[in-house]
Design a binder for this molecule. Structure first.
Ligand code: 6PG
Length: 252
């Protein structure tokens, strides 16, 4: 159940389950309403897990246009796919293994049998080959929907505070060798912003402060610097949500 929305893009939900159900319905409606290829850039972390589970259940499982949807990841931990920390591994377990997705539509970040940099380079090629042009054009975004989480330090994907990846303006994918317990590969703002719809999903009181700051465009937070060429949405639960008097987000 949605509690309120300050504008058509942002919604506060009673709890995580209500948020996940609404997000699954919203994503399914977007995919069904589209024509041709539909590309989803998945978020890692724990928040989207329930959303992915719901896509594998009725009604989404029968309505979703599985054959023409392509799946990508906004970042990945540099671990094997069967490692408990693997973002792709989680999505494969709860969703991809349960629905009729053509194997060629699933584009995980490569993390085995190559170096971290080779993995980043390979995923950059994957994205460029899929897009089919050297430069991203705002009128033809790379992704239809980009799902994003936010850490309590304001990071998103594996764009971590103070890291060089935040300043990358040419590459679409970069290696993140330090800053977390395992090395990461992350999409840069170039790629993440090339989205028709970018959706932050946030749950829990520990996210409240960074959600409020990032939603207002606080550029000291990596999440505050996400500026999709399309629309930016915040789907949060009551605990992570902004105060009722917070008013609309900045338009910066
Ligand atoms: C990752 C994610 C990361 C995540 C946030 C929130 O690989 O960890 O991409 O950006 O979305 O850390 O994680 P939770 O959803 O677990 O709070």
């Amino acid at each position: 159940m949605m509690i309120m929305a300050f504008d058509p893009d942002d919604c506060i939900f009673e709890n995580a389950e209500a948020l996940s159900r609404a997000a699954a319905d919203w994503l399914c409606e977007k995919a069904v309403a589209s024509s041709g290829r539909f590309s989803i850039c998945c978020s890692g972390g724990s928040t989207p897990r329930r959303l992915y589970e719901l896509l594998a259940q009725s009604p989404a499982v029968t309505a979703f246009p599985w054959s023409r949807v392509h799946w990508f990841w906004g970042d990945e931990r540099f671990v094997p796919y069967d490692h408990p920390e693997s973002n792709y591994g989680m999505t494969r377990t709860v969703l991809l293994s349960k629905v009729p997705i053509p194997a060629g539509n699933v584009h995980p970040v490569p993390t085995e049998g190559l170096t971290l940099q080779q993995g980043a380079d390979a995923y950059e090629k994957t994205l460029r080959d899929y897009y089919g042009a050297e430069n991203l054009d705002a009128v033809r975004p790379l992704f239809d929907v980009t799902l994003l989480g936010i850490g309590d330090d304001g990071h998103t994907a594996s764009l971590l505070p103070g890291q060089p990846a935040l300043e990358e303006t040419r590459r679409w994918v970069t290696a993140v060798p330090s800053g977390r317990s395992e090395p990461r590969i992350t999409l840069t703002y170039c790629a993440l912003d090339s989205s028709c719809d970018a959706v932050f999903l946030a749950v829990g009181g520990r996210k409240r402060c960074v959600v409020r700051r990032a939603r207002r465009g606080d550029r000291t937070l990596p999440a505050g610097r996400v500026k999709p060429v399309g629309r930016l949405h915040w789907f949060v639960d009551r605990d992570a949500g902004w105060a009722i008097d917070a008013g609309p987000r900045s338009q910066a």
